[in-house]
Design a protein around this ligand. Sequence first.
Ligand SMILES: *Cc1c(COP(=O)(O)O)cnc(C)c1O
Length: 391
Amino acid sequence: MSFQPTHPIAYGRQHITEADVQAVVATLHSDYLTQGPKVGEFEEKFAAYIGAKYAVAVSNGTAALHLCALALGVQPGQRIITTPITFAASANCVRYCGGEVHFADIDPATALIDLKAVRQLLESHPEGYFQGLIPVDFAGLPVNMEEARKLADEFGLWIIEDSCHAPGGFFTDSQGREQRCGNGQFADLAIFSFHPVKHIATGEGGMITTNREDLYQELLKLRTHGITKDPAQMTRNDGGWYMEMQELGYNYRMPDMLCALGISQLSRAEEGITRRRALAARYDAAFANMPTVRPLVGAPGHAYHLYVVQVADRKGLYDYLRTKEIYAQVHYIPVHTMPYYQGLGWKLGDFPLAEEYYAHCLSIPLFPSLTDEEQEYVISCIQAFLSEAGK
Ligand SMILES: *Cc1c(COP(=O)(O)O)cnc(C)c1O
């Protein structure tokens, strides 16, 4: 193997260009550091990209989830269903509001929440027992939201689509139309994150998309302390300075300079997905010749946030790759196995398919600036491990 990496190759990383830097610098020289013109511009452009009517920029993806749960009225006594294979934040937003988190097991081929398992769960409880569903477009593979909506309507649930992994991803609906993740056609609300490993990176940042004007108005208020400055919404008006705090909100605003970075990153989003898909296709081709490496299934609308393989000796491969300067990662440790959720009564063995997936999964490097040479190196290291280990 001739190629040697000069720096560790992580499973994901941001790509910052000189144009990105200039966009931030220009904002630093402007009149606004926080709520300036870049916030609205980013929201408009993001909504257009996703195909949703409204977008609300917030401080991060977790804040986005929290605001969604608040806007949908989650409260103690309510029960919400999500997947065990996600980042804990997808579930935690329910806990912030005092609601109960329930899980449905995954489809092992995709690692997405299995809508058949959700139906079983719904059917095994009295009507009205559950209030909401939080599906996750895990790894960038879109959940079939048309089916999720049908199920949700049948049982009176709202839907928050956690699309952190899938801006620009789409599934094909029953009419043959491409439906972008978070476009608001099916889910009540969808959320995105701009954490550095995500498709669009601003350091911290998040976005909520929706087609529902009522929720949009509520989110705008909750994002900034529950305060409105809109005279049409106020109960009185003492003068030009007057604003009203009408409910308990938060400071979950995304600053102007980060929105400027987001706008600049968004302009390269399609380019990034194209590169991610090309890299994924090269991995697919390489692993087609390695029967002991089982990638998750692909799809034309896959946004490829992650490229996940499943192998017999996952820990062995993880440790071996570390010695080769390749920092793979595991997505995810099932949420219900976390000590916090075990403290709420969930047990090992509750979701066997998620636990089996966790025992074997590994996310290998996939990000737009990964070079062909680096990818070849990753593939050859995996091959070397498998032949050394005789696996
Ligand atoms: C990243 C991520 C979040 C949280 O986003 P932050 O911006 O880090 O708060 C939530 N859900 C999923 C699936 C994520 O990948």
